[in-house]
Design a protein around this ligand. Sequence first.
Ligand SMILES: Cc1ncc(COP(=O)(O)O)c(C=O)c1O
Length: 345
Amino acid sequence: MSDKAQINRPDPIRLSHNESFACPHQLTSLPDLNWSELCLNRYLKQEEGPLLPALARYSGYQATNIVLGNGSDELILNIIQALAGPGQGILIHPPTFSVYQKAARICRVAVHQVPLLDSFQLNTEEMIRAANQRKVDLIFICNPNNPTALALAEEDILRILDCTDCYVVIDEAYWEFAGNSFLKYLPHYPKLIILRTLSKAFACAGLRLGYLIADAGVRDAIRGVQMPFNLSSLTQCLGAYVIDNADHFANHIDQMLKLKQQLNAELNSLPGVSTRPSATNYLLIEVPDDPGQVVAELKRQGILVREVHQMDKRLKNMIRASVGTKAQNDQFVAVLRKALPNYGH
Ligand SMILES: Cc1ncc(COP(=O)(O)O)c(C=O)c1O
């Protein structure tokens, strides 16, 4: 394709990263930042910036319980650096978010795996056995889970907290869409870590801002492996604005839920296509053709969705797609219909 043709090509419809379809400056006006107060000539430690107090107000916990990172991706790495370390191990429940494994590899930490049941719920007793018998320091539980989109049973997670002595990270990247957080259990479990992001419900993936809430001692250990000035002052000021205006930034959730319902119905009306229950802003979709080919054909037609079939044999017929705008979802369904040659006509 010539450069000119590429330039003239419309942007692809990006349903591959579980991002929000609603761009913040379309949701609300951008902040009137006071540039002189921002002091770009100065370093700004997270302990001295406006974001920790904003998150303390928002969460009901103290600033001394909170750590900020460049996305929750970075915090996953920091948690492993601080609480596991070379020669030790983490426990995950595949299929789940790939960054836990990647971060463990970077830290030379062993990864133990107890796959989800066929219901995509936790294999609780097996996880407890693995945590207690192997050298596991840290358990990652992704709730709701990516890529299965399902919320995990609360009693299963509580049982793991009750029956193991490991640090347990609950990754709540999508909790706002499901509405059930484990934050309330923090006072009862000193080794519990709640991990969150502004990338999903707050529609700010580009800001690269994640935070965790934990016991103050655990917080100190994790903060201890970070660089002193790990977050830019611009990120901290914008982040504080987003949190203080949470109602504006997260006000597309109801709209997303309606759009998800419509998209769900339309996908399920396609012959051979079905969706799994979703507690998130994306859908796990079973397709009747080779999902690799379906993803490639969608891409050729300008629709980006995520391949997940290599992750787990139970996902072998699946693709993952975020909920887009009405127009994007309509386009996705129309192209998917055509991309299923044996079924769509
Ligand atoms: C479960 C889960 N955790 C964490 C992240 C990373 O979020 P962030 O943008 O804060 O790094 C994602 C991103 O897709 C995710 O799905």
